[in-house]
Design a protein around this ligand. Structure first.
Ligand code: SF4
Ligand code: FES
Length: 326
């Protein structure tokens, strides 16, 4: 076991645990954001640099600080290591820079993007982003491509996190897509636009942290915050059959895998469950999915709204009183 201190909180974790996972075991606000790491995908991480942290003491044996910020998703803890995340202004500044870089080519088309409301980059942008861009050059643009009958690739939105590539490599039998070219020419490609047509290909949609890969059977069908996410299951001979069914009244708008609180898939599901079972009668509904209260999808957001309305009313009353007094 190794003792590590993150943002002044000490935790003991098994040797070999990464700083990010140690922070996740601890929970709370000190957990660094992660766009490319995905706990179910071997080899993921190390691409986006949103999870940068500062190591102020490397270990009990060698307490020298690490000379540069490190990526927490790929750096293992050492006994006696001291790490700063939100307590370091340097980390927060670097993260703002990373978000600015990620947004250089990413279009701000959230009002029409299917991922809006559940997009990691949108959340990150709100927390760390600037309100304007300093980038003056032309953004790189690509035509939209259908990869298979059910998946749309909108390469303009891709942040090259490689999650979909690892998914295709690790949970399906044949590799049919990957990243071609390098630098600002790099793009996700199915080579000669081959279709991805295996039983688990739809999972690339769930792992994509932005709206680059979307479900063609549910594109533009509804905004995610108007839907009711329900935990549901069915007997499936290909996958676990445990999903989230997104309902509007009695209509099933889309089906996705279940994600944990870090937005990472708990178990991958097959294409039959995802694309072909769009009737409520296909599913045993377990109950409403618990969603983070800060999310726009949250079932509790009405409570927040009431609280917000109350404080807005109070502010308005104060303002009116002030005007009357004047
Ligand atoms: S398409 Fe999505 S999952 Fe794939 S590399 Fe781009 S951002 Fe990542
Ligand atoms: S999550 Fe660590 S580099 Fe992307």
């Amino acid at each position: 076991m190794a003792k590590v201190t993150i943002d002044n909180i000490e935790i003991e974790v098994p040797d070999g645990t990464t700083i990010l996972n140690a922070a996740r075991m601890m929970g709370g606000e000190s957990v660094p954001p992660a766009m490319c790491y995905h706990s179910k995908l071997q080899g993921s991480g190390g691409k986006c640099r949103t999870c940068l942290v500062k190591v102020t003491a490397g270990s009990a044996k060698d307490p020298r600080p690490m000379p540069k910020l490190v990526v927490s998703c790929s750096t293992p803890v050492q006994d006696g290591m001291i790490v700063q995340n939100i307590t370091s202004p340097e980390v927060l500044e670097a993260r703002r820079g990373v978000v600015e870089f990620l947004l250089i080519n990413h279009p701000l088309d959230c009002p029409v993007c299917d991922q809006a409301g559940e997009c990691s980059l949108q959340d990150l942008g709100y927390e760390h982003g600037l309100q304007r861009t300093r980038y003056e050059f032309e953004r790189r643009t690509f035509d939209m491509i259908d990869i298979g009958e059910k998946i749309k690739l909108h390469m303009n939105r891709c942040i090259l996190c490689y999650r979909c590539v690892y998914t295709a490599n690790q949970i399906t039998n044949g590799r049919v897509h990957g990243v071609i070219s390098r630098g600002d020419h790099a793009e996700i490609s199915t080579y000669i636009e081959n279709v991805i047509d295996n039983d688990f290909s739809g999972n690339v949609i769930d792992v994509c942290p932005v709206g680059a890969l979307t479900d063609r059977t549910a594109r533009f069908a509804n905004r995610v915050w108007f839907l009711k996410p329900m935990d549901a299951h069915r007997n499936c001979d290909k996958c676990c059959g445990k999903t989230v069914v997104w309902q509007k009244a009695n209509e099933v708008i889309r089906v996705t895998g279940r994600k944990d609180k870090y937005g990472e898939i708990e178990e991958f599901i097959c294409n039959t469950c995802r694309f072909d079972k769009k009737n409520v009668s296909d599913w045993t509904i377990e109950g409403p999915r618990a969603i983070e209260s800060s999310s726009v999808i949250s079932q509790n957001h009405y409570t927040n709204l009431h609280q917000m309305n109350a404080s807005i009313k109070k502010l308005l009353l104060e303002k009116q009183t002030l005007q009357i007094t004047k």
